[in-house]
Write a protein that binds this ligand. Structure first.
Ligand code: CA
Length: 229
């Protein structure tokens, strides 16, 4: 999952970016409202963390412009403490959640997980796909009760497919959501990573949909569907 972080306080930006990367996300960071707005307008993000007090363009304006132009990604705003009017302005501009500074990083991570989950229509932080369990809180993957060790890219790939469980995800979409803007992207490498991931999982949950992409689904449920058809 790919996240945009717009925060002008460089220390806080660095700290949050590190925490998000450690939690398994790929992160683009912007330090002012104009750059933040541009990135959110041109790149596909799964969620945005947006500070309201920003140079060049304030956060509420950034959010208003995105929403006006039909950008519907989940947005969590960071507000100054005790500024209830900021929260109201933020929600009215289209924010999905807020956090008042100062906050604990753990709370921010929990709120981001909740935003991603809600956007995917999932009820809990654990995603089950037949014998496969993905614990998005601990970034842990379990198959038939046994933990599977994945690289951070393999985890991002699996997590993205899991948040779109049962849907076909194209290779282009995967590339856009697995790498940050500075990465030299090549959609052919996705095939290699999917191959490695399948091998590590050892179960048949990632289907190749010829010409379209990949789909994560419970192999037994697929059999049932076929039996019903
Ligand atoms: Ca600020």
């Amino acid at each position: 999952m790919r996240i945009l972080l717009v925060e002008d306080d460089s220390d806080l930006q660095r700290l949050l970016k590190k925490s998000l990367v450690d939690a398994g996300y790929v992160v683009d960071a912007a330090s002012d409202g104009e750059e933040g707005h541009f990135l959110g307008d041109t790149e596909p993000y799964d969620a945005v963390i947006l500070d309201l007090g920003l140079p060049k363009m304030d956060g509420v304006r950034v959010l208003e412009k995105w929403r006006h132009d039909g950008r519907s990604m989940p947005v969590l705003i960071l507000t100054a403490r005790d500024r209830w009017s900021d929260k109201v302005a933020g929600f009215d501009a289209g924010a999905d959640d807020y956090l008042a500074k100062p906050f604990h990083t753990e709370e921010l991570l929990a709120r981001v997980r909740a935003l991603l989950r809600r956007a995917a229509g999932l009820a809990t932080s654990e995603i089950d796909v037949g014998p496969l369990k993905i614990d998005t809180r601990a970034s842990r993957v379990i198959v038939d009760g046994n933990p599977v060790k994945l690289t951070s890219l393999e985890y991002r790939l699996l997590s993205y497919l899991a948040h779109h469980k049962g849907k076909v995800v194209s290779r282009t979409e995967l590339v856009e959501h697995l790498y940050d803007q500075d990465f030299d992207r090549d959609s052919n490498t996705i095939e290699v990573f999917v191959g490695r991931l399948r091998k590590k999982l050892g179960i048949n949950v990632i289907q190749t949909v010829r010409g379209l992409g990949y789909c994560l689904d419970d192999p037994n449920a697929q059999d049932e569907d076929r039996a019903k058809a």
